[in-house]
Design a protein around this ligand. Structure first.
Ligand code: GDP
Ligand code: GDP
Length: 434
């Protein structure tokens, strides 16, 4: 399970600065999406091979009139959702009213937490720490978020119990892990029942309840799957029982834990902001992706062509993903989702030989040479695979740090086409030297 880390603390202690540092590694595609995702408070981070989800709570008011008031809204929810809390304080200001209350609140909740003493630039680590020893907290870290100091060793220590990371995907039973996600009411529950109700599906277990999604193992036409049910369908005793609240964290965990994500949208509403956020998360996490536009049965046949092309236009930035127009209610088109899921999965885990990658690189470079920088042409010498799900292609050369992102996107497109990497993002990593 992907751990969730929440950043809490008074305003101005440096939470957003830390959040930005933790989530900084974005590929070009995501950078292009930044306009869409700029105000989100959830991000993906990675320490070594271990991915995690980070929540920036935006700030506890620090109001001393009562801890409950201080813990109102966002922060409290974030703490509930988190596996680990990072309580941030300002190392220059020393202990402030409210810090102690927060510490005892977290203790009362038995929530694992670490104390992060920020802004130690200029004050010195020992001086900054000494103020806070009195709290008797084991996990104390002195950092300077804006200088990117102390952050990676802190995260290593914070997440030292979570070691498996992405490898857990490979170590799983060999089945394809598919997450069905989408906003409330788009039809997730209906689709999940459809997928499992298919005659060719053999469901193995009715898994126990967790606070997260439900994992359902099944087999279809000899292929094993685990369906990650974010709607909690199978936990309900009957259809009338209320669906639990949509949870971003639950959705993010499902994305992180899946090989392939089926993102559902509502044909009547088109692509809305929240769909774009979820798409951005799928891209960030590098997951295989299949888009299902649901409730197609309710769309006026005269308007279908227009709506279809409008949706395709809006979704151009994820042109690697198949788009299906389905009716979960009637089952129309649902079977085809399996084909796209299978294709995305194969692409995501495809093994790529150094030979093949290097040949494609050479062809791409001779068709369109990279630009000159400082009077010398950027050279791209060879490529090799660096990981799966998503496929990571590592390219070695000279002056690669100066390669324009448009050129990386060009390479990504060529690799995708030549290797038939359909349904998955492809990541390009550039290295200068051998
Ligand atoms: P938030 O309200 O807790 O999210 O705090 P911000 O991240 O917005 O930071 C508040 C201010 O503190 C900003 O002006 C930051 O540039 C500054 N800041 C953040 N981290 C550091 C640090 O490590 N050292 C110093 N000197 N300033 C920092
Ligand atoms: P969830 O909140 O994403 O799990 O959505 P549900 O599966 O509970 O569906 C929300 C509503 O949309 C229900 O009233 C469903 O019957 C309806 N619905 C789901 N799929 C379809 C569909 O393909 N066509 C139509 N017309 N309605 C649908």
């Amino acid at each position: 399970m992907v751990p969730v880390v929440a950043l809490v603390g008074r305003p101005n202690v440096g939470k957003s600065t830390l959040f930005n540092q933790l989530t900084r590694t974005r590929d070009a595609l995501v950078a292009n999406l930044s306009g869409l995702t700029r105000d989100r408070q959830y991000g993906d981070g990675k320490v070594g091979a271990v991915p995690y989800i980070v929540i920036d709570t935006g700030g506890i008011s620090g109001d001393e009139s009562g801890i409950d008031a201080a813990m109102a809204g966002q922060s409290q929810t974030a703490i509930e959702e988190a596996d680990i809390v990072l309580l941030m304080v300002d190392g220059r200001a020393g202990i402030q009213a409210g810090d102690e209350a927060l510490v005892s609140y977290l203790r009362r909740k038995s929530k694992p937490f670490h104390l992060v003493i920020n802004k130690i630039d200029g004050v010195g680590e020992e001086a900054a720490l000494s103020d806070f020893y009195g709290f008797g907290i084991d996990g104390m870290h002195a950092i300077a978020a804006s200088h990117n100091r102390g952050i990676s060793s802190m995260m290593q220590s914070v997440l030292s119990d979570y070691s498996q990371g992405d490898e857990s995907l490979e170590r799983s039973d060999g089945g394809i892990r598919v997450a069905a996600i989408g906003r409330p009411n788009v039809g997730k529950s209906t689709l999940i029942n459809r997928l499992l109700g298919d005659d060719r599906v053999v469901v193995f277990d009715e898994p126990g309840t967790t606070r997260d999604s439900i994992y359902i193992d099944f087999e279809r036409r000899g292929q094993a799957y685990t369906l990650i049910d974010t709607a909690g369908v199978r936990r309900r005793k009957n259809v009338r029982e209320t669906v639990e609240k949509f949870s971003i964290v639950k959705t993010l965990k499902a994305i992180a834990d899946a090989h392939v994500v089926i993102l559902l949208m509502d044909a009547h509403e088109g692509v809305v902001e929240q769909d774009l956020h979820l798409l951005g998360q799928c891209i960030d996490a590098g997951r295989g992706l299949v888009i299902a536009v649901n409730k197609w049965d309710g769309v006026d046949p005269d308007e279908r062509d227009w709506i279809r092309s409008e949706l395709q236009r809006r979704l151009q930035f994820v042109d690697y993903a198949d788009i299906h127009f389905i009716s979960a209610l009637h089952g129309t088109g649902v079977g085809h989702l399996y084909e796209s899921v299978g294709r995305a999965y194969s692409a995501a885990i495809k093994s790529l030989s150094t030979n093949r990658l290097t040949r494609i690189l050479e062809d791409a470079v001779s068709t369109h040479p990279p630009p000159m920088v400082n009077g010398r042409r950027i050279k791209l010498r060879y490529a090799h695979a660096g990981g799966q799900n998503p496929p990571l292609i590592v390219i070695h050369g000279t002056q690669t740090e100066a390669l324009p992102s448009s050129y990386s996107r060009y390479l990504e497109k060529v690799f995708r086409r030549e290797l038939e990497l359909h349904g998955t993002p492809v990541k390009i990593e550039l290295r200068t030297g051998d």
